[in-house]
Design a protein. Sequence first.
Length: 172
Amino acid sequence: MKVLEDLAFRGQLYQVTDQDDLNQTLAAGPTVLYAGFDPTADSLTIGNLVTILLLRRFQLAGHRPIALVGGGTGLIGDPSGKAQERSLNTADIVEEWSTGIRTQIEPFLDFDGPSGARMMNNYDWLGGLGAIELMRDVGKHFPVPFMLAKDSVNSRLDSGISYTEFSYMILQ
């Protein structure tokens, strides 16, 4: 059974933009996929296990998973599903939680061989990004109407959303 068929059989597919193209890409040979984990607490939750096992399923099918720890985005906080702004955590706390996430994910994925998993932290490239560089080189690719239409932003317009949380999607 192909990996997408297996996921559909298990009820783990909700929306696929172009399933035929995705099937062709996966059939053409090993590809890379990632899942992100923001360090917003000192431990992952049981809900994260579904995503980690999904990465493992793709790895067993010959693809290379990347577990992306959001050390940079974790300093901002994802506004999705939140009625109020998250408390901002210190860089030391986020770094500690990022390390904990790595430790929790490592037993589930194989980091050796041709489809060996990779662990990455987005702080590695976001941490040195300056404000001017962010606005000039990144922000120009995000139309404000597109950003306002996102559920994570739109649902918070009346109750208040800070620029910090509003700009979170730019860092993703």
